[in-house]
Design a protein around this ligand. Structure first.
Ligand code: AP5
Ligand code: ZN
Length: 213
C-alpha cells in the first residue's frame, strides 16, 4: 500500500506509524525525523533546514521534495510506503503525484488525524522521543518503563527543541494555512479516511486498521 499520514503536530502520526509498518511491511518515511537527523549531523541539508524547524515553520518545498524523491527510489520502498509528515503543501502533493506517475502508481489512502487544537499542547509538551528510532513516549499518556529511557534499546530519551508551547503555535499556524489544503486536495480524489485522533492510541489503531482493510 501507498499511504500518507496527515494531521497537526501531536495528532499521533508517529505513534501509529510503526504499527501500520509492521502490519503491512511498508517503508516508513518521516520527513521530520529525516530532517532532525540531518540537523544533528550538520549536513548541508540540516544546516539549511535548522532555522525554519526551530521556529516551527515549514522547510522549503525543494528541500523536502528532494529527500522524498531520493528515498522513494530505495528498493525497500518499491512495494509500498508510509509517508509521515509529507506532503505538507499542495506543491509537495503535486510533485509526489508526478513522481508516482513516473512509476505508474498512485496514493492509495490518506489517513487524516483529525483532532481539536486544544488537546495538542499537553501532548506536545509531555512528549519524549528516542531519536535514532523515532519512537515517541509521553510522560502521562505513554510513559516508558523507566523514565527517560527507551524501552527497546535502553538508550536515553530526549525532548524535541520545537516541542514548546510557543513553537507549537507557529507549527499549528503552518498546519492550518499550508497543510489543510492538502487534505482538500486528496478529498477531491476520494482517498481520505478521517480518524478520531483524540481517542486513545489503541482506539486510533483500530480506526487505522479499519480504514486500511
Ligand atoms: P514533524 O516531525 O513531522 O512534526 P509534526 O508534524 O509537528 O508532528 P509531530 O511529530 O509533532 O506529531 P505526531 O503526529 O507524529 O505525534 P506523536 O505520534 O509523536 O515535523 C517537524 C518539522 O520539520 C516541521 O515543523 C517542519 O519545520 C519540518 N518538516 C517536516 N516535514 C516537512 C515537510 N513535508 N515540508 C516542510 N517542512 C517539513 O504524538 C505526540 C505525543 O502524544 C507523544 O508523546 C505520544 O506519545 C502522544 N500520543 C500520541 N497519540 C496519542 C493518543 N491517541 N492519546 C494520547 N497521547 C497520544
Ligand atoms: Zn511525528
Amino acid at each position: 500500500k501507498r499511504l500518507i499520514l496527515v494531521g497537526p503536530p501531536g495528532s499521533g502520526k508517529g505513534t501509529q506509524s510503526p504499527i501500520v509498518k509492521d502490519e503491512y511491511c511498508l517503508c516508513h518515511l518521516a520527513t521530520g525525523d529525516m530532517l532532525r537527523a540531518a540537523v544533528a549531523a550538520k549536513t548541508p541539508l540540516g544546516i539549511k533546514a535548522k532555522e525554519a524547524m526551530a521556529k516551527g515553520e515549514l522547510v522549503s518545498d525543494d528541500l523536502v521534495i528532494g529527500i522524498i524523491d531520493d528515498a522513494l527510489k530505495k528498493p525497500s520502498c518499491q512495494k509500498g510506503f508510509i509517508l509521515d509528515g509529507f506532503p505538507r503543501t499542495v506543491v509537495q502533493a503535486q510533485k509526489l503525484d508526478e513522481m508516482l506517475a513516473k512509476h505508474g502508481v498512485k496514493v492509495d489512502k490518506v489517513l487524516n488525524f483529525a483532532i481539536d487544537d486544544a488537546i495538542l499542547e499537553e501532548r506536545i509538551t509531555g512528549r519524549w522521543i528516542h531519536p535514532s528510532s523515532g519512537r515517541s513516549y509521553h510522560t502521562k499518556f505513554a510513559p516508558p518503563k523507566v523514565p527517560g529511557v527507551d524501552d527497546v534499546t535502553g538508550e536515553s530519551l530526549i525532548q524535541r527543541k520545537d516541542d514548546t508551547a510557543a513553537v507549537l503555535k507557529s507549527r499549528l499556524e503552518a498546519f492550518h494555512k499550508q497543510t489543510k489544503p492538502v487534505i482538500d486536495y486528496y478529498s477531491k480524489i476520494g482517498v481520505v479516511a478521517n480518524l478520531h485522533a483524540e481517542k486513545t492510541p489503541k482506539e486510533v489503531t483500530v480506526e487505522v486498521k479499519k480504514a486500511l482493510s
